[in-house]
Design a protein around this ligand. Structure first.
Ligand code: PLP
Length: 351
C-alpha cells in the first residue's frame, strides 16, 4: 500500500496479481535453476504451456508440434489455437531437421517439444531442432517437467521458452498446483508477461510458497527419485514378462546417446511394456499392487503406476512393442519395498 498518490501510479505499480515478494523469490530461484533471464508464473502447468505457446503466435501463424507432448497441451494446440486462427502440424518426436524442413510453411513461427515425452519417453534431439528453428526464426518451446530443471538445461541448448509444471517435482508433495515459463531473453519475457497480464494468469501465494519451499529440497529428492528409478528400471528389464523398459538412462533406450549428451541425470518417471500375452492379466497386476497407487499426477513422495494406452493419441507411430503400456513414478519409499510389491504383482500374471 502507498501513502503518496504519485507512487500509486509510479514506475512500479504494485498489484498482487502481478506478483508479491514470494513470487519474486520463486521466480529468481527458477531462473537460477534453469539459467533463465526471467520466469513468469502461472496457476498450473497446463496454463504455463498455453501461455508460452500463445505468447509466441498470432492469428495466421503456424506451429510445429511434437506428437509426444502432454495430452492437454496437445488439445490446447488443436482446439484453442484453431479458434485463434493458428494452424499446427504434428510431427514424430524422433524427426530430424530434414523431416521438419518438409513440414515447415512460410507462416511457421514456433516449434513445440517435450523431452522425454511423459508417456512414451522418446527424447528429441534438442540442439539439432534448436539449430533448425533458429535458422528460420521460430520460437522454440520445451516442456521440461520430467527433468525438474535439474537434469536438462534447455536455455544452455538455445531453447527460448522452457516450461515446467511446478505441480510435479518442484512442489514435490502432490499437494499443490503451479506452472512457470522460463525465458531466455528479456524480450521473450516481456511478451510472455504481457500475455499473462492480459489473461489474468497468476499463481496463488500459498502455492508459490510451496514451490519455493520445494526448491530447497529439490536436488536431494531428485537424487533419490532418480536412483530408485534406475534400480526399478534395471529390475524390470530383467523380468521375463516385460517386453521393454522405456527409461532414457538405460542403454537399451533408442535415444540413450542423446540422454548421455544432453542430460545429467534421470528423475523417477519411466514406462514399461508388458508382453502382449499378459494383456488379459494387466488389470489383475495393477489391482495386486499395495505400495503403488494409481493416479495421473506424479513428482510427489509416493510411488504411482498407471496403464497409459488410453492416453496415447498419436498421428505418428510411437515405436512401441505390442502389449500394455504402464507408467511408473518412483517415489521416495525404500526401493526394496517397491520391488517386493512388484514381485507380488507379477505373480498375478501367472495365476
Ligand atoms: C502434469 C504436466 C503438465 C500440466 O501440469 P498441471 O499443473 O497438472 O496443469 C504439463 N506438462 C507435463 C509434462 C506434465 O506432466
Amino acid at each position: 500500500m502507498f501513502s503518496d498518490p504519485e507512487d500509486l501510479y509510479g514506475a512500479n505499480p504494485a498489484y498482487g496479481r502481478m506478483g508479491l515478494s514470494v513470487h519474486r523469490e520463486l521466480a529468481a530461484g527458477l531462473c537460477d535453476l534453469e539459467g533463465a533471464a526471467e520466469a513468469i508464473l502461472a496457476p498450473n502447468g497446463l496454463a504455463a504451456c498455453a501461455l508460452a505457446i500463445a505468447s509466441a503466435l498470432r492469428a495466421g501463424d503456424h506451429a510445429l508440434v511434437a506428437d509426444n507432448i502432454y495430452g492437454p497441451t496437445r488439445r490446447f494446440c488443436e482446439r484453442r489455437l484453431d479458434a485463434m486462427g493458428i494452424s499446427i502440424t504434428r510431427f514424430d518426436p524422433r524427426a530430424e531437421p530434414r523431416d521438419l524442413a518438409v513440414l515447415i510453411q512460410d507462416n511457421t513461427r514456433a516449434l513445440i517439444i517435450e523431452t522425454p515425452g511423459s508417456l512414451t519417453f522418446e527424447l528429441v534431439d534438442t540442439p539439432a531442432l534448436v539449430a533448425f528453428a533458429r535458422e528460420r526464426g521460430l520460437t522454440t518451446i520445451l516442456d521440461n517437467t520430467w527433468s525438474a530443471g535439474l537434469f536438462h538445461k534447455p536455455m544452455a541448448l538455445g531453447v527460448d521458452l522452457s516450461v515446467q509444471a511446478l505441480t510435479k517435482y518442484i512442489i514435490g508433495h502432490a499437494d499443490g498446483f503451479g506452472g512457470a515459463v522460463m525465458c531466455r531473453t528479456d524480450a521473450d519475457a516481456r511478451k510472455v508477461r504481457a500475455c499473462a497480464d492480459d489473461w489474468g494468469l497468476s499463481l496463488a501465494p500459498e502455492e508459490a510458497y510451496s514451490a519455493l519451499r520445494g526448491l530447497r529440497t529439490l536436488e536431494t529428492r531428485l537424487a533419490r527419485h532418480g536412483q530408485s528409478g534406475f534400480a526399478l528400471a534395471h529390475w524390470l528389464e530383467a523380468r521375463d514378462e516385460v517386453a521393454c523398459v522405456l527409461h532414457p538412462g538405460l542403454e537399451s533406450h533408442a535415444e540413450h546417446m542423446i540422454w548421455q549428451r544432453d542430460f545429467s541425470g534421470a528423475s523417477g518417471l519411466f514406462g514399461f511394456v508388458l508382453k502382449p500375452e499378459y494383456e488379459p492379466k494387466a488389470r489383475a497386476f495393477l489391482m495386486r499392487l499395495k505400495h503403488f497407487a494409481m493416479g495421473f499426477s506424479w513428482g510427489g513422495y509416493e510411488s504411482l503406476l498407471i496403464p497409459c494406452d488410453p492416453q496415447l493419441n498419436r498421428t505418428a507411430e510411437p515405436h512401441l512393442p505390442d502389449g500394455p503400456l504402464l507408467r511408473v513414478h518412483v517415489g521416495l519409499e525404500a526401493p526394496e519395498d517397491l520391488i517386493a510389491d512388484l514381485t507380488d504383482a507379477f505373480s498375478a500374471l501367472h495365476e
